[in-house]
Design a protein around this ligand. Sequence first.
Ligand code: CP
Length: 311
Amino acid sequence: MSITFKHLLGIKNLKKEDINLIFKTADNFKEIINRPIRKVPSLRDVTIANLFFENSTRTRLSFELAEKRLSADIINFSASSSSLKKGETLIDTVKNILAMKVDMIVMRHPDPGASTFLSRYIDVPIINAGDGAHEHPTQALLDAYSIREKYGKLQGRKVVIIGDILHSRVALSNIFCLKMLGVNVKVCGPLTLMPKYIELLGVSYEPDLNKALEWCDVANVLRVQIERQDTSFLPSIKEYSNMYGLTKERLNSISKNITVMHPGPINRGVELTSDVADSKQSIILDQVENGVAIRMSVLYLLANNIQNKNV
Ligand code: CP
């Protein structure tokens, strides 16, 4: 079996069968990375360029580790130390990197659509590692995979995504992914941080956090993305935190034991308190662990596609 896409630009263009294959392959890699010898030769002689035009901790390190576990050759690029500073365009930069015989690109960029734009000009597969407020497909895949791991299956589960939906690539990719897999999704947060036509994506808006928590099995809490806001969307962070921050008190006041997720980076004391982030209900570090297996799976399946075409 193989995936039906050449580039992983977003979840929107995937098929359910693609996601199921990514999960099945990730199951195998998860077992492998928990063995004493965690490295496999699957991507030997495949060269991958990690192009990060925007800051990242988890995604960059997770891709790099996934590539190393698969025995790929890696080059790392960060915009701050590159010739972009001297006026070189994105396409010229990438074409020069590809001239060094690179087989695949992983790219994070602050501009929505940057990886889609680039995919029209180059021939090798691109994985979007987050493009502005647009999509973050591997984050959504690892989030859905982590819910599947926790509950056994996704169909019929209830997930509420809380916070800054308007500026969040994680929210959009999660909505596409979870909806495709049969999950009921609500969004919750201040109306100023909701896209105007969010319900067209098949999700409903719940302004009251307590009601949203009472409804859900899983709360996926997002960071308020102050750096993407060109005007003030909130009276103050303190007020946001009072109305939408996840506290132990709030969790204890609902009638069931829900699961708490967060894509990171966390702002402790803003969108959730430390006693929630570090509680038994939190699967935040499981998400990070699963990220490596999911990224190994995506890299492996995309590389297999190239190899099958070259036979
Ligand atoms: N979740 C996520 O994308 O984190 P980073 O920005 O640290 O990569």
